[in-house]
Design a binder for this molecule. Sequence first.
Ligand SMILES: C[S@@+](CC[C@H](N)C(=O)[O-])C[C@H]1O[C@@H](n2cnc3c(N)ncnc32)[C@H](O)[C@@H]1O
Length: 362
Amino acid sequence: MKSIDYYLGREQTYLKHFFLERYLERVAYNIGSFATDFVYVDGFSGPWQSQNEDFHDTSFIIAINRLRLVRSGLAKIGRNLKVRCLFIEKDPAAFSALEGAVSKISDIQCKSLRGYFEESIPNIKEFIGRSFSLVFIDPTGWTGFGLRQIEPILRHAPGEVIVNFMFDYINRFLENPSDDLAPSFNDLFGGPGWESALSATSRREEVIVALYCERMRSIGKFDYVTSTRILNPTKDRTYFYLIYGTRHPKGLIEFRKIEESALVEQEKVRLNAKEANRLERTSQPLLSGLEQLSSPPTPLDIERSLRLAEAEGRLREKLERHSRISYDSALTLMLQTPLVFQSDVKATLQRWQSEITLRLKG
Ligand SMILES: C[S@@+](CC[C@H](N)C(=O)[O-])C[C@H]1O[C@@H](n2cnc3c(N)ncnc32)[C@H](O)[C@@H]1O
């Protein structure tokens, strides 16, 4: 993918692409180590706001390039992975740019489809067949990917889904939901019942995202649905969440690992974006990196410790119900909480060692 310079003023897109590129690499590599086929579907392909004539700053080209690398890496260890990609786009102008770019790709089987994502479900299912699929849903708003409408895609196994849940945008409308918007929110959340989340008095944002995750988990019959948050580059608030559904613990582990590296990147990118923003407004010289760094604990440190306490609370609850639990189930339980990493889980289990009995398998 392109450097951050290509994403000035839209750093959140850089972070989204950073995450997608790295997660795609891990999942394709893992699947390719034992399976013969891997399918990637981009349901809202674009190109969208691209600054590069070869579309190297768009999700579909980033994905193709990364999948090429994975395939050649696998070939070196004697694995031959057949990669297929499907790109869907409804806008005629964007579609024609997409089709033009995709028609030049000859080393990976790529297909572009003009149409609405929800209406393309049968074609998508047919394209995926029985292969493993990663489906990326990256809309411009909150319509066009109703959980019930896309249920067959969510339920496809083996498969995983990543949804860009545009919280900041959605929240502006959720704050004042009018009667005519209610049906579209019913679609978004896969049915009514979302209204109560809006009136949550504390941690409202988390309640809304948790509701979406829970609906996606039950409708998609996923084992795990979790999220990672992408912040506004210059303001201390959420831009969007990447919501991730999987049926495999390995997926959860990889997702959290990428979150860990994306967090470092996010801190760096936001520091620079905020400084550039301030400079533009005040014309004061730039502060040195050291002066800008807030002293610990940073807001991120505080959020991480809250999340860890939340994950430990869940583990405690489980331990109260079962006298023995396996290491794997403790790990997957805790990793479902954003910002909790494998090293945190190990540290917790070590601290609690004397109180709990872990079975290592089964
Ligand atoms: C946010 S942009 C996608 C950006 C792209 N994934 C990337 O990261 O480079 C969303 C795209 O989806 C298209 N779109 C919007 N609604 C759609 C729908 N219901 N079905 C398919 N495409 C849609 C828009 O025209 C736009 O090109």
